[in-house]
Write a protein that binds this ligand. Structure first.
Ligand SMILES: Nc1ncnc2c1ncn2[C@@H]1O[C@H](COP(=O)(O)OP(=O)(O)OP(=O)(O)O)[C@@H](O)[C@H]1O
Ligand SMILES: [Mg+2]
Length: 230
């Protein structure tokens, strides 16, 4: 089964009288356990695409199924529930909670979304911190760690609820090249090890070399698909 099945989707933003066609008749099938990047110039439609895949928005026309669910049939509340149960998110500006520790930030979605026993919760958080190499920093506050480390914490947080898909809009944009590369390699390794599919957008051509499949988007149209055997 495709994780994301997208047939002829278009997205039009209406601003008063003006209509902006951000996506134009896009079709794409994304299957399990691949790392996928979307690249393209500013304004080409990358964020719009990821917002649709992340069930944050609906297409204007066309069919979009995420993990087999037709998302245009879901209302606002159902979409939020769907996101909480099936999807993980990583943000450009990390979106971590500064007054909480590294450990508490990763634990947070588990408290909010799933009712699991405290012992199991602790094991889960510790194993994720270990997986992203942040176990020894677990008691630090967010403002005591570097940008690259913040993004590793955010990756751990995105995985706490065992999502099938993690979406990340320019996750390395605020990182220096070396940290960006490390974050990228980490997502790639985790996608292999735990079978989560990472889908992200980027401007950085060097980062694109690390992922399995890269789509190029221009003016709301997919113009190229490139697959690599890394
Ligand atoms: N909420 C909105 N309302 C109106 N127009 C929008 C909205 N969001 C995006 N657009 C427009 O849709 C087009 C695609 O924007 P989008 O943000 O998806 O591009 P992008 O590829 O992510 O660009 P960037 O690389 O700068 O982040 C652009 O023309 C943009 O101005
Ligand atoms: Mg964008």
């Amino acid at each position: 089964m495709s994780l994301i099945s997208c047939q002829g989707i278009s997205k039009i933003y209406k601003m008063g009288e003006v209509e902006i066609k951000a996506l134009n008749n896009v079709s794409v099938e994304i299957s399990k356990s691949q790392s996928i990047s979307f690249i393209g110039p500013s304004g080409s439609g990358k964020t719009t695409m990821l917002n649709l895949f992340g069930v944050l928005d609906k297409p204007t026309s066309g069919t979009l199924k995420v993990i087999g669910t037709d998302i245009s049939k879901l209302n606002y509340v159902e979409r939020a529930k769907f996101r909480g149960e099936h999807l993980g998110f990583i943000f450009q500006n990390f979106n971590l909670i500064p007054v909480l520790t590294v450990y508490e930030n990763v634990e947070y979605p588990l408290i909010m979304v799933k009712s699991i026993p405290p012992k199991e919760r602790k094991e889960k958080v510790l194993s994720l911190l270990d997986a992203v190499g942040m176990l020894d920093q677990k008691d630090k506050l967010i403002n005591q760690i570097s940008g690259g480390q913040k993004q590793r914490v955010a990756i751990a947080r995105s995985l706490t609820t065992d999502p099938k898909i993690v979406l990340a809009d320019e996750p390395t944009a605020n990182l220096d090249h070396e940290s960006a590369y490390k974050v990228m390699s980490l997502m790639k390794r985790l996608s292999r090890e735990i079978g989560t599919t990472f889908i992200f957008s980027t401007h950085d051509p060097k980062i694109v070399k690390e992922v399995d499949i890269t789509y190029t988007i221009e003016d709301g149209v997919l113009v190229n698909r490139e697959e690599r055997n890394n």
